[in-house]
Design a protein around this ligand. Sequence first.
Ligand SMILES: [Zn+2]
Length: 430
Amino acid sequence: MFAQPLYLIGEVFKLFTLRCYIQAKTTHYKQVLTMIIESNIDTSTKALNQPSVLSNEIHGHHFALETLQKAFDHDRLHHAYLFHGPEGIGKIRVATVLARLLLCTSTLIELIDGQQNQHACGQCKSCKRINPLINRHEGAYHPDLHYITRSRDSNGKLAKEIKIAPIRELQSSLSLGAFEGGRVVVIIEDVDRLGLSAANALLKTLEEPLQNVHFLLTTSSLNAVLPTIKSRAQSLRFAPLNQQIMQDLLIAFERKPFVTNQDEPNPFNPLDDSQRFSLAQLSGGSIGRALSLWSQGGMLRVENLIQSSDLNGGPQDILNALAFAKSLEKTDDDELKQWIHILRCWYRDALVLMHNPQAEDLFFHRLKEYSYKRAQILGLNRLLWRLNALDECENHIFRRIGSNRKLIIETLCLYLAGLDALTQKALKLS
Ligand SMILES: [Zn+2]
């Protein structure tokens, strides 16, 4: 007779356990989600109550700068750092500012919130030869600051990898000690691009750290860095810049671009608020990407690009798509990746507008009306198919699934130009 109540108690207990489990999972997922969201934004606002002199020179990256400043002030700098984070967010600039501080011959001390912060004087012979506003030490030369990156060919195209020659040169220079008797700083950009023999040679130098030699390595693809190099350097993560910093930087560039030759004309056209907002949004927190887009014709070119790729599948459209594909084939991988990203953002806008024509959270405000009309014409399926085609193209080209780059780009352009509609018709007929 007790069987039924016992059974009920058992069921209630099971339900209670399940509820606790779900609650625990939900809390866990919420925590994980918060961590992911927080880890993807620059934590500048958190660090504002801990200002440092170093962070006064750089927009954003306060956490990384605070870490470096504290380590420097307490003489606890690691002999090698690995700065990792998306490209174009200022890792090299931070490395150059730190290099200037390390090489300054008469550092100054400033008291901030009761903490002594050391900073470069900006006046000594050493400081005058390092200009953090110009990423590479162009024009000036400091014999104890080594800067290694991929070489460029006569057309300005970057080599695929860093060869062993500059690493050997560096090693023989390091064996002579500091030219000016102080520290030596080595900045290596894109350390993931070291060729195998270059990486092995560098590894030997990192394994036997020399006194007063500091390595500042940067990468935008941490997974591609050799684990042996990773394990010998202190990793420091750089987050994408937040929207406000991006917009402030764009305004600063509009007023005064940081060019080597001050007589050169400003390469950046003025932006209106909406264009500046779109540019900042599209660049995903990378000022380098924003400047590259801006200098190549800015948002007008981007908007043209979108409209010339989004066609209806007529005979002339197909010819236009092939011509468009031809122009894309000439771009390098970085530019192609950027182009795919732009289109993905636009198709996302179209999807948002399809469900809410009043939506304001858009990448391309100025194209709102156009995007809404196109969303109505294309419909949900075709928008999703085209987004899928962009993913496929990216997978094939950048994950090296397919080898024929030309064919993959042509297929994508034809698809976006309306071939998706033809495929749909063909499917219906069959
Ligand atoms: Zn100085």
